[in-house]
Design a protein around this ligand. Structure first.
Ligand code: FES
Length: 286
């Protein structure tokens, strides 16, 4: 059973104040946008995630007013909306900076320099994880792997990629953001503010110049595996852990049936293991 936020507050002995309303003109504008979002789905409650991005685009984070608005528009309880808004880390629950600078500190990025970048940015900006600079420009945070490991270490600003970063390049980039100098991601669409990003994530077109053309495709580092599999690139030289391969070893010539990926190679099965032959399991007592 679901309980509303006010029910939950009463049960804890803390009656919750009603969420303040949006000003009339803001509410009217948001209602128009909300109706456009809801119209995309056969069931209105499916519109909750983009609706949360919509209210985040209004205030820079998801407020109680925004959650109340989503609940009203979608016929949900505020508890249901809160449960979703607090589950996903893409929704902020408190005011933050114009630029969310996320340093990937998952394993690969961490060992490739992500940990050092995060440490140096903390010191350079004078803020810790999840904190915002006093000028309200930059919020620094750890982020998880964004499937860009081939460009490690990766920093993301408002979900745009900054590949192959160093502590120096990352510090230069945040300085430029704070000073209002132009900053371009390594690939993808041009950078915009967190509120603008939230509106795009709500599903409204990005009408900035160059945004559509910038969608592009995967870069060379991401495509190398595909090229290897197709035989369009030479496999990397194998370096033996204790030195070079014996000089008298004949050069390796892959046969036409040889596979480049171990995942594609024929695997041993139970049928080839005399101790565990394949076939129907013996009945108990046989
Ligand atoms: S570990 Fe950083 S993008 Fe995958």
């Amino acid at each position: 059973m679901t309980t509303s936020s006010s029910e939950r507050g009463v049960s804890l002995g803390m009656p919750e104040l009603p969420a303040p309303a949006y000003p009339d003109d803001v509410r009217a504008r948001l209602e128009t946008d909300a109706r456009a979002i809801v119209a995309r789905y056969p069931d209105s409650r499916s519109a909750l995630l983009p609706m949360l991005h919509l209210v985040q685009a209004e205030e820079g984070h998801v407020t109680r007013t925004g959650m109340r608005f989503c609940a009203d528009m979608l016929g949900l309880t505020t508890a249901e909306v809160t449960a979703v808004a607090t589950f996903y880390t893409m929704y902020r629950r408190r005011p933050s900076g114009d630029y969310q600078v996320g340093v990937c500190t998952n394993t690969l990025c961490a060992v490739m320099g992500g940990d050092a970048i995060f440490e140096e940015l903390q010191e350079h900006l004078g803020v810790g994880n999840g904190e915002t600079t006093a000028d309200g420009k930059v919020t620094l945070e750890h982020i998880e792997c964004n499937a860009a490991c081939d460009y490690a270490p990766v920093v993301m600003v408002n979900w745009e990629f900054f590949d192959n970063q160093t502590p120096e390049s990352a510090k230069r980039m945040v300085d430029d953001l704070r000073e209002g100098r132009p900053v371009a991601p390594t690939r993808g669409a041009p950078l915009c503010t967190f509120k603008e990003t939230a509106r795009i994530l709500a599903g409204f077109p990005d009408e900035r110049e160059g945004a559509v053309e910038a969608t592009g495709s995967a870069g060379p580092a991401s495509l190398i595996g595909l090229k290897l599999a197709k035989g369009e690139a030479a496999p990397a030289r194998v370096v033996h852990p204790r030195g070079e391969a014996p000089q008298d070893a004949p050069p390796h010539e892959p046969s036409p049936t040889e596979h480049l990926s171990s995942h594609d190679a024929p695997q041993d099965t139970a049928a080839s293991d005399p101790a565990h032959p394949s076939g129907p399991a013996a009945e108990e007592g046989e």
